[in-house]
Design a protein around this ligand. Structure first.
Ligand code: ADP
Ligand code: MG
Length: 832
């Protein structure tokens, strides 16, 4: 046998033959006409033959060639939504890395096929319209991963389409790895499952050339996109800061001087998008910097200090009380979801693109119809970009990189590319994240340019020089290699994949990231402790293949990160659950509070912002409570804000008055509902329901909540550097964390900013001008050994002096057992 041809060039080679099954679809004439123009329609037969003959097929085609909307229809027509033997309906599943795409594409396909949303449905993290009749189901990749946890063989599905595989989102990669095993298993069972991987670029070697992934190389079908030529214009100079202003000037020029045709601008985030929209609307009325992600290498660090002895009288949560009921039968639909905005980048750094309004007035009489487009935009507003602009106007869409491949906007002739995107950069080991505006990859820049040539020849204006372009990385690295993976590892362990290191990843995550994730999960109690006997390499190997613990199983059922899942698992005590659910929801939803420090467009706006800020600060104090309540810190503020907002009926007005983001509040409400359902299904007798008018917690409950938070965020413990330990000035008011060598500080927006408690736990560290802890809550030192046994070593004392009371600090120094808070997984074991 000769070498297999890797690329099956699309050519209508064979005489058309009627498929065995044909399910008629009643499309409107306009839809039918529009469909026939799509390149993929010409390849229907090649595509379907490849799918019929092969278990796994890869389809590559330019954005807009019709992959997402048409391939599910081909399959439906060919009877893939029916089981010919049993006569039942089956599901054609399509995964999308972005929520926007899952919703929007299911709506589009339903419309094209003239079928109801009961048949063509979607399911994303918080919502969905799936019914018993669903035959075509769009889901986010995280949702499908959760489904695999419940039904490993995905028996309801006859086809799984992995869309946008070129984006290499973490869950997409894992799904491909899992499906590479599920497909042969289904074949063995006599219930074949088809896997279709769709990509907007031809770079698919990670899937095809990876022998661990697929034993037989799957055929690759290339859809000729019939792309019109796009002339690419580079800037002579590359603006370093004011690329947003440069975009404005470029759009003005195009609009004044060039013939009709839509304009699509690529910027990095929501605030920039809105600011440019405002400027453009004002000018044509109709109605910052590449930095490298800092990777901090964390050598083994041991901060040793004595902790007070355990007080017998202090109330304490019970670490073993996590109310396990095996979550194996018919529990509610829950899902995890990819953080689609890490790539869609809607979180805004305080970049302050500093543009003042109306610095360029237009003399053109033609109005510009300006629309924003980004992931967090409400779906109705997103849908506007697909409709033709009002007569006599020119369409101008200002977008983040959601418009790069997920959505195709009709009628675009000009693309203005800032060349940047906002990325969430993680320190692989510590998980410290920061949002950075970085250059895009060459592949992304080319995708962006391609948007201009869909319907006629177009132009792409790159606001950077060709020399700068040559320095771009060719492709961006797969997400899985760039972020902490503990949530992923927990999900995989819950699938009983113990030796994660042997998993057929299309691109494996770095071993140190895997080790850090396992270490964290062991410390949280989600994985069974590895043996500490045997040879060191055996120990290490055992450590990388720990099975999941009963607590871990409970944690894996919650659709939140493992640290938060641990908090939920412990919260049935003392009626803390409704509060923990609220706190966890608030921590999961980003950007609760409105950015009121932003630069204002006018004096009037500045005054207004100032007033709102004063009001917010006042409210923040109220929400934080007093005395012992206050020690829950920023988490108490979150709890208070949600409580107050819900009490007021969660109105837009209340949110605006009090500096809350209405959208975030609604999302918290949804997540609270979803988590409550998840909790009820794990603890059948919990009988929780979401009470919008939740009573404030009692003082005792706040104490328990602080302990629960500590148990979940144990590795995020920080201790203020004491006066006598000051190394130098940069350590003033600084904290030492277990994970970083550098000083970290409480973020100025925190209610504990001035309090400076000795021990705190933080939700995350964000790096801006300094390393800042956000979501800070105070910890009593005596809780640490009791609640974080995994992080403490009980050393053998050299001698046994009695506990001593230090009059200077008022603290009891405990010498036996002396406790060392430690981190790092190579710490030598200390005998007890
Ligand atoms: P691909 O997946 O290959 O990028 P799609 O299937 O997403 O292509 O898009 C095919 C065509 O359908 C595009 O020309 C696009 O403009 C059109 N389209 C997609 N969604 C909508 C929508 N909601 N409204 C109108 N047209 C749409
Ligand atoms: Mg698509």
């Amino acid at each position: 046998a000769g070498p297999r041809a890797p690329v099956l060039l699309a050519a209508p080679s064979k005489a058309p033959c009627k498929p065995a099954v044909f399910i008629p679809v009643d499309r409107s004439p306009e839809i039918q006409e529009a469909r026939l123009k799509l390149p993929i329609l010409a390849e229907e037969q090649v595509v379907m033959e490849a799918i019929n003959d092969n278990p796994i097929v890869i389809i590559c085609g330019e954005t807009g060639s019709g992959k997402t909307t048409q391939v599910p229809q081909f399959l439906y027509e060919a009877g893939y939504a029916r089981d010919s033997i049993l006569g039942k309906t089956c599901i054609i599943g399509i995964t999308e890395p972005r929520r926007v795409a899952a919703v929007s594409m299911s709506q589009r396909v339903a419309k094209e096929m003239n079928l109801s949303h009961r048949v063509v449905s979607y399911q994303i993290r918080y919502e969905g319209n799936v019914t018993d009749e669903t035959q075509i189901k769009f889901v986010t990749d995280g949702v499908l991963l959760k489904e695999i946890q419940k039904d490993f063989l995905l028996s309801k599905y006859k086809v799984i389409i992995i869309d946008e595989a070129h984006e290499r989102s973490m869950y997409t990669d894992i799904l491909i790895g899992l499906l590479s095993r599920i497909v042969p298993l289904r074949h063995k069972k006599g219930l074949p499952l088809k896997l279709i991987i769709m990509s907007a670029t031809l770079r698919v070697e990670d899937f095809t050339a990876n022998t661990r992934l697929f034993s037989a190389q799957p055929p690759v079908i290339q859809v000729d996109a019939r792309q019109f030529p796009v002339t690419v214009h580079f800037n002579k100079k590359t603006p370093l800061d004011d690329y947003s202003g440069e975009c404005f000037r470029k759009v003005c020029k195009i609009h004044r001087m060039l013939p009709a045709g839509g304009i699509l601008v690529f910027l990095t985030g929501q605030a920039e998008v809105h600011s440019l929209c405002r400027r453009l609307r004002k000018a044509f009325p109709y109605q910052k910097n590449n930095t490298q992600c800092k990777v901090t290498c964390v050598p083994l660090l041991m901060c040793c200090f004595h902790l007070p002895s355990l007080s017998q009288t202090l109330p304490k949560i019970d670490l073993n009380n996590y109310s396990v009921l095996p979550p194996d039968e018919g529990d509610e639909d829950r899902d995890i979801d990819s953080d689609d905005d890490a790539a869609g980048s809607d979180l805004d750094l305080d970049l302050g693109d500093g543009d003042s309004e109306g610095d360029e007035k237009s003399d053109s009489s033609l109005p510009l119809y300006v629309l924003p487009l980004y992931s967090l935009l409400a779906p109705e507003k997103q849908a506007k970009v697909f409709r033709p602009p009002p007569p006599g106007t020119r369409l101008c869409v200002v977008a983040t990189n959601v418009a790069e491949t997920s959505l195709t906007i009709p009628g675009i002739k000009y693309v203005v590319d800032s060349g940047r995107e906002k990325r969430r950069c993680y320190d692989r080991i510590t998980g410290v994240s920061s949002f950075r505006v970085t250059w895009v990859s060459q592949a992304s820049a080319d995708q962006r340019a391609g948007r201009a040539g869909r319907t006629e020849p177009g132009h792409c204006y790159r606001l950077y020089s060709s020399a700068v372009f040559m320095d771009f990385e060719k492709f961006s690295a797969p997400e899985i290699t760039k972020r902490p993976v503990e949530d992923l590892i927990l999900q995989m362990k819950a699938l009983n994949i113990e030796k994660v290191i042997n998993f057929p990843f299309p691109t494996p995550p770095p071993t140190e990231a895997l080790a850090a994730a396992e270490e964290l999960l062991i410390a949280l109690g989600a994985l069974k402790e590895p043996p500490t006997t045997g040879r060191l390499n055996q120990q290490l190997a055992a450590k990388l293949s720990c099975p999941i613990s009963p607590l871990g199983r409970v944690m894996a059922t919650f659709p939140v990160a493992p640290r938060y899942a641990k908090m939920l698992a412990l919260s049935r005590q003392h009626q803390c659950l409704p509060y923990t659910i609220t706190i966890v929801s608030a921590m999961t939803v980003r950007e609760l509070f409105e950015e009121l420090d932003r630069p204002a467009g006018s004096e009037e706006e500045a005054a207004q912002l100032k007033g709102r800020r004063a009001r917010f600060l006042q409210m923040q104090k109220v929400w934080a409570g007093q005395g012992p309540m206050q020690k829950l810190g920023d988490l108490m503020v979150m709890l208070g804000a949600v409580g107050a907002c819900e009490y007021s009926g969660c109105t837009q007005e209340f949110c605006e008055q009090n500096g809350l983001r209405h959208k975030a509040m609604l999302e918290i409400r949804r997540l609270r509902g979803q988590l409550t359902t998840a909790v009820n299904s794990v603890c059948r007798d919990a009988g929780l329901y979401v009470d919008p008018k939740m009573k404030p917690p009692t003082e005792a409950q706040v104490t328990y909540l602080r302990q629960i938070v500590l148990a979940g965020l144990g590795d995020h413990l920080a201790r203020r550097v004491q006066a006598e330990e000051l190394l130098d000035d940069k350590w003033k008011n600084a904290y030492k964390t277990a994970l970083l060598e550098d000083p970290v500080f409480i973020h100025p927006s925190s209610v504990l900013f001035k309090e400076l408690p000795e021990f705190v736990v933080y939700q995350e560290i964000v790096e801006t001008t300094k390393l800042y802890m956000k979501g800070v809550s105070a910890v009593e030192p005596e809780w640490i050994p009791a609640l974080l046994p995994a992080y403490c070593h009980f050393g053998k004392p050299l001698e046994s002096p009695p506990p001593s009371y230090c009059p200077g600090t008022g603290r009891v120094h405990c010498h036996r057992p002396s406790v060392f808070y430690r981190v790092g997984w190579q710490l030598p074991a200390v005998e007890v």
